[in-house]
Design a protein around this ligand. Sequence first.
Ligand code: ZN
Length: 248
Amino acid sequence: MGAAPLRALILSDIHANLEAFRAVIDDANNRGGFDVLWCLGDLVGYGPDPVACLKLVQSHSFLAVAGNHDHAAVGKMSVESFNYAAKAAAHWTTSQLPEDEVEFLSGLPLVANNDPFTMVHGSLRDPLEEYLLDADSAEASLKLLTSRFLLVGHSHLPFICLENKGTPQFVEFTEDAVLSLTEERWIINPGCVGQPRDRDPRSSYAIYDDQATTIERHRVAYDLESTQDKMREAQLPEYLIERLKLGI
Ligand code: ZN
């Protein structure tokens, strides 16, 4: 008996933005649906709905790794290196988490595998904090990679990095293109659900289809004003509220 067909919804940096997370799930369902959620960390931090977002992840079949904001929210990582706004949001998030969600976030692994994919928030060299955005960081992760593909988040920027005869080459992960996965090794960032930073405020995500052996990336607008209203109500920093509509 062969393995059942699998479609994975690949998400990173949900950041407690429930409107964005729901819009992504609806959009993915309109594009053929999915069997499993793969979450690349930073489920919480910045946004106004940490508990609802965690519940929504848990209501699906899922694989998730921890991000720096997840660890900060549960006290597993110092917020010393965070800027003022991120620090304030981390403290607020901590105040919202019941004990069972603290345990859930604390228990997330740094690296997860579902062959041929490995998942990590930052990089394999530094799972929580390194931004994988240049040839040096890509090369270091490819050295440590034991599967064909590496999924990363953290920078909130979508891209594909191909291992071109041993040399990492960054290329655009074009919106709505359906890409066939080749024998080459790839590092893939699906972009960000809850706080996009490529000057496009729409949420970004990817879908992997193991029957077609394809991966595709899509964007979807969400009810950003509702998220901003909730953030004001929670007295989260104005900078975090404003940046959502700028996509920065
Ligand atoms: Zn993040």
